[in-house]
Ligand binder design. Structure first.
Ligand code: ADP
Ligand code: MG
Length: 748
């Protein structure tokens, strides 16, 4: 009996080489794979194809009708023998096309002419060329409509007896024609009597989705256009539902683990901190703060994603959560993606806390705690103190990089993990840190890269999300302008003049370059370059122009256009103490212009900086550019951001830059970003722990379906958490759980 798991060869007939091409070329192994290999488009079989304009060399797929055929003979130039050919004329709704078929023997030519009789209609695919002012279809492949005639001597023509209203055109590989697949699919659908239906009847009714057999028939052999849409909807809904069930069950499993409620207890650290905050919390900070307090007090772990523009005040929200946990007798860890950022967090958090951060020390406040820093560049000896205070519980707050994840690092009672900038950390790293707690800690993930709602639902489906939408008072607008050097090379002078003007007003500027030295790419930062559709590095937009590099640019500026200003440089390969010293000097206003790589991307906070020049800006991603410019305009002074690029005016790179210049709405930009990338990158394993991402679902296009499926999943799980009533659905969910689990394990 043939079922979806049967080898595809069971429905392919007997042509051996074709089988091999289908299995190897298209990766179709089973009958199920074949049915899930959807047509790319359809041609209408009932009428001649409307052909508007033809172009030399174009591949044409048309339904046409033979209006003339004749056998002619000629002398084969090579052999000197008499040879034959059939010349036919194919009419379309548009220009007619001449087709020539060569034959060695008279009888083959006669046979061919008979099959291509006047009035015969079919589907013809071939390359168009123009010869002596008439159009030709060269070496057409074809399928003819009608019962046909046995014994095609060259195997070139096929017949379809029961031609449908639309004929499917499939994604193909060499040596396989659409009709090979169409025939196999049609055969499969007649012999498969039992197609497993994952979706419960009630669900299909409620959400108006087609049953599985109907969907396969509609997608492969539609009779009306909207059947294709409805078929796709079913498959997308199914995938969305299974995904949401997996995520829903994961949320339930996390809840079931339990966590220590952190209610604040008798502690007064948070209250003391609030009392000395030099500003009012925004309404959003208040609201999310209350939500987090509520989450922390639960007996199951919080899993919350906190998103908000750069400067929206996420760190303050996170710090208040950390203090709450310390008040409850636990510890909190803040995981930062880079050394610079960890140091900066440590500095600003200790500064904000003042004597509250000097717990246990002379002069520290009674209710204070110790705040520790742990990074990779610290020596063993330097780590000893912090590590012992972490292990003893004396240190309430620990800030660090990946160094926090090392095995030797232990906590007395880790109650909260804050992850800054989610996109740099994978699920597995979150897991490594949460594994250090006695019972599962609460987790707060902060990101400044706004994540569209459905991406959050799909990829971070196990996280609840909160969004800070307003910027604290004192934020000034940033004016972003593209500086197109290809068209206006002389504008670069004006760029440096603007920087001088800002410095003249007592402000500071960043100049960001994609590289450190002329021939060196910053290590670990290759992701700043754009990936093309296949995940390869995109070709440089203008190869002859070398990419700007920090060391050269800093030297050139100091000696040239910015002579007399205090110019310094910063990049990831400098020794940590030098980086730290430079950042401090910049923060203190002792440096006018900081030339750097993207090390300043996240979190660096110098309120007096008002200008940013991004050199070779097209080398950065949309979200990254947005993130970078968030470094300026923080001190209540309007900011100016100049995107310098050699990209041509019509290029996709320029479109991205124009998008960034055109809006400061991070959500809008993250959609642009998402639309331009392959989704696999966005839903890539580094973020989600899922390897293959989604099959038929597209998070932007299918927002409505995802939202529906999420509601449906919640309802199903509420009544039947193990899906006992829907065994086939349960199997699909288990399969997906398992494949995601194994992806996760592989990386461990
Ligand atoms: P984010 O982490 O979202 O980029 P931060 O929490 O670092 O933002 O805040 C950016 C700056 O704004 C910091 O200097 C912080 O002290 C300040 N800030 C935060 N909340 C407020 C507020 N409610 N009012 C005024 N300033 C604030
Ligand atoms: Mg921050």
């Amino acid at each position: 009996m043939i079922n979806l798991h049967s080898p595809v060869t069971t429905v392919l007939g007997d042509k051996g080489t074709k089988r091999k091409r289908i299995t190897e070329g298209l990766g179709i192994e089973t009958v199920g794979d074949l049915l899930l290999h959807f047509p790319r488009r359809y041609v209408k079989t009932g009428e001649l194809t409307r052909v508007a304009e033809l172009e030399q060399g174009q591949m044409l797929t048309v339904v046409g009708e033979i209006v003339h055929s004749e056998v002619r003979s000629h002398t084969d130039r090579r052999t000197g023998r008499l040879a034959f050919r059939v010349e036919s004329l194919l009419s379309t709704d548009g220009p007619s096309l001449k087709m020539t078929f060569f034959a060695k023997h008279r009888h083959t030519a006669d046979w061919r002419a008979r099959t291509l009789a006047v009035g015969q209609r079919g589907l013809f695919i071939g390359q168009v060329s123009s010869f002596q002012s008439s159009w030709q279809l060269t070496n057409p492949r074809m399928v003819l409509f009608g019962a046909g005639e046995e014994g095609d001597p060259d195997g070139e023509a096929s017949w379809i007896k029961d031609v449908g209203v639309f004929y499917p055109i499939y994604p193909l590989t060499k040596g396989v024609e659409s009709w090979d697949l169409q025939r196999a699919v049609a055969f499969a659908l007649t012999v498969l009597d039992d197609l497993p239906e994952l979706l419960p009847d009630a669900v299909r009714e409620e959400f108006g989705v087609a049953d599985i057999r109907q969907a396969f028939e509609w997608v492969h052999a539609p009779e009306e256009r909207d059947q294709v849409e409805r078929a796709h909807r079913r498959f997308r809904f199914e995938e969305a539902l299974v995904t949401q069930l997996v995520l829903g069950r994961r949320r339930m499993a996390v809840r079931a683990l339990g966590a220590s409620p952190r209610t604040g207890g008798q502690g007064s650290l948070l209250a003391a901190f609030d009392a000395r905050l030099p500003f009012e919390l925004t309404a959003g900070q208040h609201e999310i703060g209350a939500q987090i307090e509520h989450d922390l007090a639960q007996a199951h772990p919080m899993n919350r994603l906190l998103q908000g523009e750069v400067g929206s005040g996420k760190t303050v929200v996170a710090l208040r959560a950390m203090l709450r946990v310390v008040d409850s007798g636990g510890q909190a860890a803040l995981l930062a993606p880079t050394e610079v950022l960890a140091q900066q967090h440590h500095r600003s958090i200790t500064a904000m806390l003042g004597d509250l951060a000097a717990g246990g020390m002379l002069g520290g406040a009674d209710e204070g705690t110790a705040v520790e820093l742990l990074t990779g560049s610290m020596t063993r000896a330097q780590r000893t103190g912090p590590m012992s205070r972490m292990a003893s519980g004396e240190a309430g707050i620990v800030i660090g990089t990946h160094a926090l994840l090392e095995d030797r690092v232990g906590f007395a009672d880790l109650g909260l993990v804050v992850v800054d900038e989610q996109h740099r950390f994978g699920v597995e790293q979150r897991a490594a840190l949460t594994g250090k707690a006695v019972s599962p800690p609460h987790v707060l993930v902060m990101t400044a890269t706004p994540i569209p709602r459905t991406v959050a639902m799909t990829v971070f489906g196990d996280l609840e999300t909160s969004t800070l939408t307003e910027l604290p008072a004192g934020r000034a607008p940033i004016q972003t302008t593209v500086v197109p050097l290809l068209e206006h090379p002389q504008w670069i002078a004006r760029v440096w003049q603007r920087v001088r003007e800002e410095v003249g007003k007592g402000h500071q500027a960043y100049v960001v370059c994609p590289r450190i030295t002329g021939d060196d790419l910053e290590q670990g930062e290759a992701d700043q370059l754009d990936l093309d559709e296949d995940g390869n590095l995109a070709a440089p937009t203008t190869p002859p122009v070398p990419l700007s590099a920090v060391e050269e640019v800093a030297a050139e500026l100091a000696a040239g256009p910015l002579e007399g200003l205090r110019v310094a440089l910063l990049h990831g390969k400098l020794p940590p103490d030098e980086k730290d010293r430079t950042m401090r000097a910049f923060a203190a206003g002792d440096i006018d212009v900081l030339v750097s790589t993207t090390v300043i991307e996240v979190g660096v906070d110098v309120a007096n900086a008002t200008a940013m020049v991004l050199l070779d800006a097209d080398r950065f991603g949309v979200s990254q550019l947005h993130q970078l410019r968030g470094r300026i305009g923080r001190g209540g002074h309007p900011g100016i951001c100049l995107l310098v690029s050699h990209a041509g005016s019509e290029s996709p790179a320029r479109e991205r830059l124009d998008a960034v210049a055109g809006t400061t709405d991070g959500f809008e930009l993250s959609r642009v970003d998402l639309a331009q990338r392959r989704e696999g990158d966005v839903l890539g394993k580094s973020q989600s722990g899922f390897r293959s991402g989604l099959q038929t679902l597209r998070v932007l296009r299918d927002e409505d379906t995802i939202v529906e499926a999420r509601g449906c999943a919640a309802a199903l799980l509420a009544g039947d958490p193990d899906l006992l009533d829907s065994p086939l659905l349960a199997v699909a969910v288990a399969d997906m759980e398992q494949s995601r689990q194994s992806d996760f394990m592989e990386k461990g």
